[in-house]
Design a protein around this ligand. Sequence first.
Ligand code: PEP
Ligand code: MN
Length: 344
Amino acid sequence: MIIVLSSLATPENLEHLTGLLKQRGLDAHLSKGVETTIVGAVGALSSTEDKEAFMGQLETLPYVESVMPVSKPYKLVSKQFHPERTVIDVGGVRIGDPTKVILMAGPCTVETPEQLREAAKAVKASGAHILRGGAYKPSTSPYSFHGHGLPALKMLAEARKEFGMPVITEVMDVRDVETVSQYADILQIGTRNMANFTLLKEVGDSKMPVLLKRGMAALYEEFLLAAEYIAARGNYKIILCERGVRTFEKYTRNTFDINAIPAWKELSHLPIIADPSHATGRASLVPGVSKAAIAAGADGLIIEVHPRPSEALKDGAQSLNPAEFQKLVDELEPIAQAVGRTIK
Ligand code: PEP
Ligand code: MN
């Protein structure tokens, strides 16, 4: 349920309310908006009557304006809990800012310090805000390359320092969350781990910004419940990412679900990033899907860029070269402006 506080509510009132919720085994999550303060009470009450009686009791409190049940199974990530859009500040980059398009770009995989430097230099020069690069790589085959791990994290941290860009990288294992958090600014949860609930709880506890990719066959509700796992641990710095889903089409690696962007905006307050690289699997299709995503209202893009895609250890076919990335950024700006945003 959500409890809307009166504008006159004091910190003592809030403490009182939190205590009442705790007695019932409920956790209190605070959503402070410009106009209203909302408390989300999450957890299970024993029965519907119990819930109704408790809601009635809370409504009589002088500092409570209203009490409402949340109809959706996900609560904290829902629009009801936080009517304003969430903006996540990562080292000065505002993800979710309605006037900005945020570009995350870089290689699928960190290969060598030189490769990463070249990629970082190029994407920064073209206007990217955040550097991406995989250190721990999920692979469908156990015999494929799995990333350089810790040495790659160190290369990312070096590039972050040299180019002054926050970095995003994937974490796949609960045992690595602490280490990855020391080197990265955003933790990425890949499509294959969207429903790894132990990992979701761990990144929730880390309180790091998290980019959560939709499972390749996940329903919106399943996806938003995965985000709820992170939020339920008190970490609201969650970025939703559409990266394409499995369909019967084989020409493309996946199918970009454009519906997801306006739908998630309707259902949730969290920022939305589109990944046209994994959605299409083809560099030639990345610009078109990028433009569609921004026109549909995405808050930004995550794009694979490699200095020489033909030499990439992973995902070369879907990686743009620096010139292609520059061209895309130039073409995106007028589309961003048409929807009230800018890349700069
Ligand atoms: C990636 O970003 O390189 C990646 C493996 O993405 P996904 O989890 O969407 O396949
Ligand atoms: Mn990749």
